[in-house]
Every structure is written in C-alpha cells, then in structure tokens.
Design a protein around this ligand. Structure first.
Ligand code: ZN
Length: 360
C-alpha cells in the first residue's frame, strides 16, 4: 500500500514538474553585476572610452559563459559621428539554417552624479547575459545570436550597422528578434510585437497569457510622425527593434513602465512621472521600485527562455506575412519607375514626331 501511494505521489510530482514552466533564477546574478554598472561603467555614452570598456566587460562575460564570437572577434567596431563605437556579438551555433537574435543596447544617457543607465539598459544587458548560459546548452533547432549594441541612444546606430553587415542568407533566415530595453524599473511589464495579424503574433499573445505582462497594442501612444526611417512612430518601437522592422524582420520587445502615468511611459511609477533619465541609478531605483526591479527582469528572462525552448516555436515563427511597411515602399518605388518610363517614352515619341515633321 505504502509503495502504491509513493508511486502515485511520484507520478503526480512528475506531472506537476512537466506542467510548470521552468523558472531559472537570475536575481542574484543581476544584483551582483548591476553594481559594476553603477560604480565602474557609469558613463557609456556612444563613442566614449566608457562605452568601449563596457564592451570589453561584456566580451569577458561571454568568454566566461563559453559563448563563441559571431564574427572573427566578439567586438564589431564602427564609426559614428567621427567617433568609434562597437557592438559585442556572441553566437551559439546549432547547425541550423534559422537564427534568433536576442539584443540589448549597452550605451546610455549619462548624467553626472545622477544617471548611469541602470534601467536603460543595464537591466537588458544583464538579462541577455543571463540567458546566454541558459540557452547555450538547450539543444535548440535554430542558432542564437546574442547581440549587445552600442550607440543606440543616438539613433539605433549599432543595430543598423550590425544588420547591414549580415549576409543575405542570414538576414532572410532570422525568424525573430527579441529586444530587451529598460525592463526593470516600472510598475508594469509590457511587450510589443509588430502588430500584424500574423501567426507569430498570435502565438506570442497566447504564450504571454502565462505571464503577468501587458500587450502594448498599436493603439498605445501611436503617432503619425515618423521615426528611425519608419513612416509611423510607436512607443514600442523606440529601440533597436525599429532597425529590424526596417529590414522586414519580426520582433518582440520588452520594457517596464507605467503607461497610465502622464509621462513618456518608460521607467515610471504612479505619482513620479518622467524620472527615466534623471535618476537612473541603483539607489533611486531600489528606493522607488524595491525588489520589483529584479523580479521584472526575472519575468522577462523566464518569458524569453520558455518561449525559446517551446517545441513549436520555430514552426510558428516561420509563418510570416510580407511587412506592409516594406510593401508600401516597394509600391511607391514601382510607381516612380513607371512614371520615369512613361516620361522617357513620351520624350522619345515627341522627338521622333519632331524629326519626322522636319524631314517632311
Ligand atoms: Zn534604451
């Protein structure tokens, strides 16, 4: 009898563990490493010496976690405003034609004695670093690129440079870009994907029901003014995911904030609007948000990890529609080409008529 009860208990335990999502903990890692950003890597302004030494710190972490470089070296240098900036790119090669990219920018908006880019974006960088070791050994049926972009704050320069340096066969096979930007300091967690009626979007929306996270729809803070070369603007596109959208690549982006507050939305809590880049240091964040800062990062980490290890992830991500933004650009280009051809034909016709009249 005892044996039967223990057997039943064992079966129940196995079923419960199978049903539960795996929840790897990242809080201790973030608590330790965030001090580096708050003390040593305070100023990571695009093109600065501090940005460069932070890139080296990220590179050392990738080496420590046994992540290979994507290019010959981890560091991909580029010029921006006559200064030198760089991306740091790690790679897990699973011998697949498909790629998923997880990205976080590591440069910041530095304000002396006040703002060291802890939420924006040490939170994304640390979560991305934590995901490297979790996903490295997961035996997935696609390759993973871990991207740490420089020069995001001055116009998404790092991600743009990185995408322009990729071969077409890789660009065409990126099944999803996941963007982590400012994911700790906020009352709520939000996610945004380019909100087409695609299977990939529906799949992510269904998956998100397992988490305490709000979908940021197209209705939220939509603007007709263009930004980053896209012909409309949206709060969910104020980061490197806009560079991917321009290339027609599906993306999923996360951030923490409070959109019912009256400010911009990022890094906000009720009653304290627009504190984003004025006091982005760990002391203020812990005072205002406490443990929430770390649990938000943990939730994003768990969301991304469990999404990426889902069995039907690739098949759902592969169902794509043509990006209407690109489609409208192609359409405009086509109209332009047709107009030029018509003008050329009319000119040629008039020239022939004139010539014939002269000969008569
Ligand atoms: Zn940011």
């Amino acid at each position: 009898m005892k044996k039967t009860i223990s057997f039943i208990m064992l079966i129940i335990a196995i079923i419960i563990s199978l049903c539960n999502f795996q929840k790897p903990t990242i809080i201790s890692f973030c608590k330790e490493e965030v001090q580096n950003f708050n003390q040593t890597y305070k100023d990571r302004t695009a093109g600065s010496v501090g940005e460069n030494s932070t890139a080296n710190y990220i590179m050392e972490k990738l080496e420590e976690f046994n992540i290979n470089p994507f290019f010959d070296n981890y560091i991909q240098k580029f010029k921006v405003n006559n200064q030198s900036s760089q991306n740091v790119i790690g790679f897990v090669d699973n011998n697949s034609p498909y790629y998923v990219i997880i990205g976080a920018h590591y440069d910041n908006v530095f304000v002396e004695n006040k703002s060291f880019g802890i939420n924006d974006n040490a939170s994304g960088v640390l979560t991305n670093l934590n995901l490297t070791s979790l996903l490295r050994d997961a035996n997935l049926n696609y390759n993973i690129i871990f991207a740490f972009f420089g020069a995001e704050e001055i116009g998404l320069k790092g991600s743009e440079y990185f995408l322009n340096s990729l071969q077409k066969k890789i660009l065409d096979n990126i099944i999803l870009y996941i963007n982590l930007d400012s994911i700790g300091a906020g009352d709520n967690l939000y996610y945004y994907h380019y909100d087409l009626k695609t299977i990939y979007g529906n799949y992510i929306d269904n998956f998100a029901k397992n988490f305490e996270i709000t979908k940021l729809g197209k209705d939220k803070l939509y603007s007709n003014t263009s930004a980053f070369g896209i012909n409309y603007n949206h709060i969910g596109l104020n980061s490197d995911n806009a560079s991917f959208l321009k290339k027609g690549i599906n993306s999923l982006t996360f951030f923490a904030g409070n959109l019912s507050a009256t400010g911009f939305g990022f890094f906000e809590t009720e009653g304290q609007d627009k504190i984003m880049h004025n006091s982005d240091n760990i002391q203020t964040i812990e005072e205002v948000f406490g443990e929430k800062f770390y649990s938000n990062m943990e939730n994003v980490n768990n969301f991304v990890y469990n999404l990426m290890i889902s069995k039907d992830f690739v098949s759902n991500m592969l169902e794509r529609e043509i990006n209407p933004t690109l489609l409208s650009l192609w359409f405009l280009k086509l109209i332009g080409i047709l107009l030029i051809i018509c003008l050329a034909l009319i000119t040629f016709f008039l020239y022939i008529c004139k010539k014939k009249r002269k000969t008569l």
